[in-house]
Ligand binder design. Sequence first.
Ligand SMILES: Nc1nc2c(ncn2[C@@H]2O[C@H](COP(=O)(O)OP(=O)(O)OP(=O)(O)O)[C@@H](O)[C@H]2O)c(=O)[nH]1
Ligand SMILES: [Mg+2]
Length: 329
Amino acid sequence: MQFIDQARITVRAGRGGDGIVAFRREKYVPAGGPSGGDGGNGGNIIFQADSNLQTLLDFKFKQIILSNNGGRGGPNKCTGASGDDLILKVPCGTEVRNIDTGIIFGDLTTNGDTLIVAFGGRGGLGNAHYLSNRNRAPEKFTEGKDGEEWFLHLELKLLAEVGIIGLPNAGKSTLISVLSSARPKIADYPFTTLIPNLGVVRKPTGDGTVFADIPGLIEGASKGIGLGHEFLRHIERTKLLVHLVDCSASNPLDDIRILEKELISYGHGLIDRPRILVLNKTELIDKNCLQNLSKPLKDLWKNDFVLISAGMRKGLDILLNKIWSKLDI
Ligand SMILES: Nc1nc2c(ncn2[C@@H]2O[C@H](COP(=O)(O)OP(=O)(O)OP(=O)(O)O)[C@@H](O)[C@H]2O)c(=O)[nH]1
Ligand SMILES: [Mg+2]
């Protein structure tokens, strides 16, 4: 499935129907008076969050979205039909922004959330409204108003509670694949993961928690280098970051610093997000090296530091317990 997490669309809500000019014509009722009905209102355009959707793909090729116009008023003071509202389903986590003003219209986070993004125009008034003592046969009516039209930017920010971040090849996809039933591609080269993978991990209480495996981040990611920056925004909403480091790499301490620098320069409070530092692939280096490497990290990170081997499925229970206890705070 193609993963589309941004889209630009124009929404134009339906125009209101015109009011009309009409006069009552009935047997034995001379000069029956004005009876032109009002036009119906134009249909609104509404977004609705739907947890079955994962991408904004539907909006990639549909750039102008229109809802129905209201009907013209009828004789005998009949109001025209209202235009039907148009309901557009979007994935949970979609933020809607007005491109011209920069104002955020809303954020659809929970399944079923709705947001009216463009109101239909009001129907015009029929001549029945203009009857007065001075004018017993008004010819006046008003036209329906145009519906609202906006140029919108839709952006999907994943709603994972836990984000797994790290340099390419750290083993992020391997970790999500052993913790959840997600089956991302895993390979021995950087940038295997091109789009975020989500996996649900069960807490001891049985509740599911969504984890996201983000494509590898590299130096300069926050400025647009590599793939990761595209996806940094997906971790903006996570409650906890699992920072995965390949301890068999040539300089794991540098790797940690590179990632932290990117979190700082990306901003949005990511550097202050609760984070657990995880050394992965621990079976690949000898015990002494591992001890020398972990000692200063343990002193610094205290309880938020774990050694694992995702490949050998070691240390995973300890990691999960730390994750659950941090999420409960
Ligand atoms: N020996 C060993 N290899 C591991 C371990 N975890 C992951 N690997 C290997 O490391 C390589 C990279 O793993 P991935 O899970 O694809 O790494 P990633 O962090 O998702 O990489 P990108 O998607 O490129 O950012 C694969 O060959 C994995 O089999 C581990 O604990 N021990
Ligand atoms: Mg990967």
